[in-house]
Design a protein around this ligand. Structure first.
Ligand SMILES: O=C(NC/C=C/[C@H]1O[C@@H](n2cnc3cncnc32)[C@H](O)[C@@H]1O)c1cc([N+](=O)[O-])cc(O)c1O
Ligand SMILES: [Mg+2]
Length: 214
């Protein structure tokens, strides 16, 4: 049977990356996506911006919405302090299965909890299920029309505290206009745009960093 792109991406990791070396996993995926098959990872250029924000926040609790193949999961988790936890939500079982293997190849399975399910269902259950009260950092990279409803849901569930940092991918391409309008106009957020390019292309895209003011 024909393989899927995520399966071919995983094969590239297993062939070209060193077990237990997250940087080699990130490099192998970027090489595959730049020279073989484009895939919707945050990528190397926006990834460097994401790395700098993660390092600045030095989060103990992280939530990622939309795991896909686990590229940004590995990038973020590789920068976390030893006691930190990253919860990543992915509702497509095929993508989740690939991401688990990519995360394991990087040796980061002890820092990462991949939850198979939808953000809408799981955001209200995280506190009771995982004993996490609030998130220091949230990375939004799932369906673009879910960014705003899920942000409002996180506020409602008390998952954000004064100083929590939201980082949103693709605010220009494909674009998340309603989310951008909300975080840039709401008095509850201090927002900043980091201009970059859509992964592996010359098109403009960027990350929006929004600090929740409580
Ligand atoms: O569409 C994009 N991303 C959507 C990502 C979607 C991923 O998040 C999961 N998901 C969705 N809602 C979910 C709710 N709950 C859990 N997982 C969920 C989907 O199963 C998929 O694994 C995209 C597109 C381009 N592009 O150039 O076209 C570039 C990018 O960087 C992108 O991120
Ligand atoms: Mg994206």
């Amino acid at each position: 049977t024909q393989s899927t792109r995520p399966q071919r991406l995983l094969s590239a990791v297993q062939k070209n990356a060193t077990r237990g070396n997250p940087r080699s996993v990130v490099r192998a995926i970027d090489e595959f996506c730049r020279h073989k098959e484009w895939a919707m990872n945050v990528g190397d250029e926006k990834g460097c911006i994401l790395d700098s924000i993660v390092s600045e926040v030095n989060p103990v609790t992280v939530l990622e919405l939309g795991t896909y193949c686990g590229y940004s999961t590995v990038r973020i988790a590789s920068l976390l302090p030893p006691n930190a936890k990253l919860i990543t939500l992915e509702f497509n079982p095929d993508f989740a299965a690939i991401a688990r293997q990519v995360i394991a190849w990087a040796g980061l399975q002890d820092k990462v909890q991949l939850v198979e399910g939808s953000s809408g269902d799981w955001i209200p259950k995280i506190q009771e299920q995982f004993g996490i009260n609030t998130f220091d950092l949230v990375f939004l990279d799932h369906w673009k029309d879910r960014y705003l409803p899920d942000t409002k849901l996180m506020e409602k569930c008390g998952l954000l505290r004064k100083g929590s940092v939201l980082v949103a991918d693709n605010v220009i391409c494909p674009g998340t206009p309603d989310y951008l309008e909300y975080v840039r106009s709401s008095p509850c957020y201090k927002s900043q745009y980091f201009i970059s390019h859509l992964e592996y292309t010359k098109a403009e895209d960027g990350l929006e960093k929004s600090v929740f003011l409580g």
